[in-house]
Design a protein around this ligand. Structure first.
Ligand code: A2H
Length: 232
């Protein structure tokens, strides 16, 4: 015993940009980035999505018309939950790396930002969720620091082919008021703990422990249809 399944909310982000040549086989299909989150109420504050640049992904047929980009492992898990064109058999239309996905533009549910770009993050785990993560820098210290790294380090952008105009305009969108850390709780805790980059994993784990519980159990929505209500 001891195996406890983790239940995530899967968000479909429809890819709206032109496909690079490698992905031309997907032309004419409805293609989505599938992201896994424990915090669907934070989707208002999405600024971008994250992939692991050297991670292995694929475009898998979910139905006759829909294609999800995610890891093979995630496609397999979905295929056993009736989300695959061929039951229990993921079919991959094209194999991709995270680097191939960087720069794709998508649209996401609830997000105030119209276009969600995909950016590199060095600590995305390909063994967790779908291997693609939606970024909410107001409430997630991981997302906040990874976005700061991209905004403040030109070399980092150049290395992964991220254009300045894709990333520099992003502002953090306040979505939840945390009773102790305000409405940009991730920024506040990262400044207090002097977290300088996404590499500071121990400090980031501490930061998450400190703010995530409060944001979830005691936070109040400040935007959207449920503004004024408790998150939980
Ligand atoms: B959460 P747990 Cl605002 N690699 O979503 C790394 N991290 C991943 C991932 C992967 N493959 N798949 C999902 N995640 C992230 C929102 C969020 C999240 C907020 C605040 C806290 C938070 C926006 N990002 O998670 O290890 C996703 O980020 C705090 C842990 O399964 C997902 O929820 O518990 C969370 O990790 C799942 O982590």
């Amino acid at each position: 015993g001891g195996f406890i399944p983790q239940e995530y909310t899967l968000i479909k982000m429809e890819v709206v940009s032109h496909f690079p040549p490698k992905m031309s086989v997907l032309e004419g299909k409805k293609v989505y980035l599938a992201v896994a989150t424990l915090r669907p109420e934070t989707m208002y504050g999405q600024t971008n999505a994250w992939v692991l640049p050297e991670g292995k992904y694929g475009a898998f047929e979910i139905s006759d018309t829909e294609v999800f980009i995610l890891t093979k492992r995630a496609a397999f898990n979905l295929a056993y939950q009736r989300l695959s064109r061929a039951p229990e058999k993921p079919t991959c239309l094209v194999e991709l790396t995270g680097q191939d996905i960087i720069g794709l533009q998508s649209r996401s549910t609830l997000a105030f930002n119209d276009i969600i770009y995909t950016f590199p993050m060095l600590f995305v785990l390909t063994e967790k969720g779908t291997g693609i993560v939606t970024s909410v820098p107001s409430d997630s210290p991981d997302d906040y620091t990874a976005l700061q790294d991209l905004k403040s380090k030109r070399a980092f952008r150049t290395k992964f082919g991220v254009k300045d105009e894709w990333v520099l305009p992003f502002e953090i969108i306040p979505i939840i008021n945390h009773p102790a850390f305000g409405d940009k709780s991730a920024e506040r805790i990262c400044i207090e703990k002097k977290i300088k980059s996404q590499n500071e994993r121990e400090k980031l784990d501490e930061a998450k422990k400190i703010i995530c519980k409060g944001g979830f159990y005691e936070g109040t929505m400040v935007v959207g249809d449920y503004a004024g209500m408790k998150v939980l």
